[in-house]
Design a protein around this ligand. Structure first.
Ligand code: AHR
Length: 520
């Protein structure tokens, strides 16, 4: 290893919001049908949900789930997924060119979330629909019994209001691929009216306006300023979406890997820009509240594989009328993740924690089968992808306050971001329960680095009582190794050797590795 990097000074960021460990379920491919839901599976429960998948969702530690989309929401009719299953309509779904059977809808997903122990963040259709349908859905979901729409829910077997607080007003409305996409001005006007009316119905709602679909969108920045300034009064959150992948993953060329390992630099810049747009909106409105960021789609997604799939799918269709039946639950976006993907996802989680003063909610996209940490084989077992582990560790053990360390260590060079720190880290510490967590990655593709973390400066840490309670590392000599249904444990965390001196924990992180050290 190269010379030791010592971390000993920390800036408190904010309390760690539980919603930071959210995920996302969309009726896309086998995300729902064949994912969370498979009524013929041996582990299926009374609603048709797979309990083996539910067990993994609980193990992952997911706190909040965004539903039902994603791109599908922009052509979705929420009421199709309510009432007796055998009477529900079957529809063509335009976003992913699939057949939506509506076997799972909000009623069912509510039951699922109770079992999973997760909050729901609900998205409403702003593509083919608008204000009235959003209000109807709100009344169905949260209304007290006694009105016609709320009583439909009661008749459908859910007497209590679902009490869903977070609502996304549309999805990626800036994207030309989105059904009913809009200009910044059109969406700003729409969101202001919808949010105003929804708040008249329930003043305590936490509303999320669509931000940009990525930092590369041509309207990035203008979109946020326009939308947030217009609807400032009614909004709690603005969304941010970012996906990353190694552009040389097929050829295994080192250049692509190097840039990919530094992906969190893009996420940091993205957060800073959106936060400054939200601050601009606050000043323009002479307001005092800060609109927070809901990073409600993030993760590694091999979008070039999807683009190829999409091109083949389009080529296979003849020009003109498409009269073939559209597939049900097709295998779409089923990325299988590598060891290096897990390290990058670990670094993205560290970035979210280091900015949790502004990012108060996040959803890793997605949860099962579709760009997901959990895979569910048709009528077979469910298994954990490599990316499962960094998420689960943070979701289950990052408590209390997040502290951003000052790191001045070795760097490596990237074309896109210049010289970047090899080591990235965050520390969380719960003074009350005395539970601490050090999350660190070595993003350097070429060298191991030794890291020493001195936590004696954290409030209430007593060097004489300091102890490491658990330490693990995810690294593989082959950064492209993956798990599979046949070899689900090919890449799993290993024991990390830590030496302790007072309140200083020291360890060596090999190239391209993620680590977690729990302490008390
Ligand atoms: O998560 C996959 C897709 O990515 C979502 O449907 C959409 O919102 C985004 O473009």
């Amino acid at each position: 290893p190269q010379p030791n990097t010592t971390i000993s000074s920390f800036t408190p960021v904010a309390d760690v919001p539980r919603r930071l460990f959210g995920s996302f379920v969309e009726q896309l491919g086998r995300g729902v049908y064949g994912g969370i839901y498979e009524p013929t599976h041996p582990t299926a429960d009374e609603f048709g949900f797979r309990t083996d998948v539910l067990d993994l969702v609980k193990e992952l530690g997911v706190t909040c789930v965004r539903y039902p989309g994603g791109n599908i929401v922009s052509n979705y009719r929420w009421e199709d997924g309510t009432g007796p299953r055998e009477q529900r309509p079957v529809r063509r779904e335009l976003a992913w060119h699939q057949t939506e059977t509506n076997e799972v809808g909000i009623d069912d997903f509510y039951h699922w979330s109770k079992k999973a122990g997760t909050e729901i963040m609900l998205a409403v259709n702003m593509g083919t629909r608008g204000l009235q349908e959003a209000l109807d859905e709100l009344e169905y979901v949260n209304g007290a019994p006694g009105t016609t729409i709320a009583d439909r829910r009661v008749a459908n077997g859910i007497p209590e209001p679902m009490n869903i607080a977070m609502w996304c007003i549309g999805n990626e409305m800036d994207g030309p691929w989105q059904v009913g996409h809009m200009t910044p001005e059109e969406y700003a006007s729409r969101v202001e009216k919808v949010a105003h009316a929804m708040k008249l119905a329930e003043s305590g709602l936490e509303l999320v306006a669509c931000g940009s679909s990525s930092a590369q969108m041509p309207t990035f920045g203008t979109w946020e300023k326009t939308v947030l300034t217009r609807a400032y009064e009614y909004l709690s959150f603005v969304s941010a979406h970012a996906y990353y992948h190694d552009h040389d993953h097929e050829s295994h060329k080192p250049e692509g890997m190097r840039e990919f390992l530094a992906s969190s630099e893009d996420m940091k810049q993205f957060i800073a820009t959106v936060a400054s747009c939200a601050d601009y909106a606050r000043e323009a409105n002479h307001g005092s509240k800060d609109i927070a960021i809901s990073f409600d789609e993030w993760g590694v997604w091999y979008q070039d594989i999807w683009q190829k799939q999409e091109a083949e799918w389009k080529a296979a269709e003849t020009e003109g009328l498409h009269t073939e039946p559209w597939p049900k639950a097709p295998h779409l976006l089923e990325d299988v993740y590598t060891a290096s993907d897990a390290v990058v996802e670990g670094s993205l989680m560290i970035t979210l924690l280091k900015h949790c003063d502004r990012v108060r909610s996040a959803s890793r996209a997605q949860l099962v089968n579709v760009i997901a940490p959990i895979m569910a084989e048709d009528n077979g077992p469910a298994w954990r992808q490599t990316i499962f582990y960094p998420f689960a560790e943070a979701a289950n053990h990052a408590h209390g306050v997040a502290y951003a360390p000052a790191i001045d260590g070795p760097t490596f060079h990237t074309e896109t971001y210049g010289d970047v720190q090899a080591l990235e880290a965050v520390v969380t510490w719960d003074e009350e329960t005395r539970e601490g967590l050090i999350l660190a990655v070595n993003r350097d593709p070429d060298a191991a680095h030794e890291l020493s973390v001195d936590v004696s400066g954290l409030p209430g840490v007593d060097a004489t009582r300091f102890a490491v309670t658990h330490a693990e590392m995810l690294h593989d000599d082959d950064p492209y190794r993956r798990n599979s249904a046949e070899k689900p444990d090919a890449v799993v965390p290993q024991v990390l050797n830590v030496s302790v001196d007072g309140a200083v924990a020291s360890y060596v992180l090999p190239e391209i590795s993620w680590s977690a050290v729990r302490f008390t």
